[in-house]
Design a protein around this ligand. Structure first.
Ligand code: ADP
Ligand code: MG
Length: 265
């Protein structure tokens, strides 16, 4: 197992393993994502995709292996310190604050140390700081980028799932990440919403130079927008490479068709 980082890599994982009690959620994961890539992470439900993201972002540190970000060893680093290194993520389950507007939810993304328990009062205290104008400028820019102007003052709970997911993306983007991790950003969306989201992910890379790790179930999206993909099954890597090669890999086909697994749409 090599433990030295490759210079062009934004992210590199070497032999990463994460267990929960006796359950091996991911094991022996080697991964390299280069600058400017949209890298897809696929696999049936329970195959370890979110766990790998949690290992990278410090929520559940790995018990084995090393993780490098821009050449720096971040293995076991706390989530807020990983976030400060211009890494932003969205969550598989929506993590928006009901009772607050779209704009306020997006503004929260400017504060990379924010705890989920933060209250509205603290938010307004914080927005009273001199950086407020800059925070608002970045938020307005991202609202325009993601075409959210029409709903910016709406309470977030009134939105469709497609728009809620877009607000989450906006909140991640206002942190001005260089590396963005999206955990099933298209889950529960209809075809049109999926296409919009796919377009925004491409634009984030093309116009803003952001490197993307995209967890996605929809294979049409993955093969359409990812440069390379990696497939997991029962926590193990079963294929890495160009999307067309990985989806044609017999082990990947079997994993998706296997008993008890949800078929990829
Ligand atoms: P995926 O995102 O591919 O659907 P997950 O990474 O969520 O898969 O889960 C991989 C395995 O790890 C599953 O068996 C899941 O039940 C288990 N797991 C994930 N998180 C935890 C946790 N916090 N505690 C215990 N088991 C977990
Ligand atoms: Mg998951």
């Amino acid at each position: 197992m090599t433990v030295s980082p490759t210079p062009s890599a934004v992210l590199q994982c070497n032999g990463v393993e994460r267990r929960f009690g006796g359950l091996v959620a991911v094991t022996d994961v080697d991964l390299r994502i280069d600058r400017g890539e949209i890298f897809g992470l696929v696999g049936p439900n329970g195959s370890g995709k979110t766990t790998l993201v949690n290992a990278i972002t410090g929520f559940y540190p790995p018990q084995k292996g090393r993780i490098f970000l821009d050449g720096e060893d971040i293995t076991g680093m706390k989530p807020h310190l990983v976030a400060r290194r211009q890494v932003a993520r969205t969550f598989q389950n929506l993590a928006l604050f009901n009772g607050m507007s779209v704009l306020d939810n997006i503004l929260l993304g400017r504060h990379v140390h924010l705890q989920p328990s933060i209250s509205k009062t603290v938010l307004y205290w914080w927005l009273g700081q001199p950086q407020e104008i800059e925070h608002r400028r970045v938020c307005e820019e991202i609202i325009e980028f993601l075409q959210l102007q029409g709903v910016r003052d709406e309470p977030v709970e009134s939105l469709s799932i497609g728009l809620k997911k877009r607000v989450e993306l906006a909140r991640a983007l206002v942190a001005e990440p260089t590396f963005l991790i999206l955990d099933e950003p298209m889950a529960g969306m209809n075809q049109e919403e999926k296409e919009y989201m796919a377009r925004f992910v491409l634009d984030a890379r093309d116009e803003r130079g952001i490197t993307v790790l995209l967890i996605e179930h929809h294979m049409d999206v993955v093969t359409g927008i990812c440069d390379r993909i990696m497939a997991l099954n029962y926590g193990e890597v079963i294929g890495t490479g160009l999307p067309r090669d990985v989806v044609a890999n017999p082990r990947v086909i079997e994993a998706y068709l296997g008993k008890g697994h949800q078929h990829a749409a």
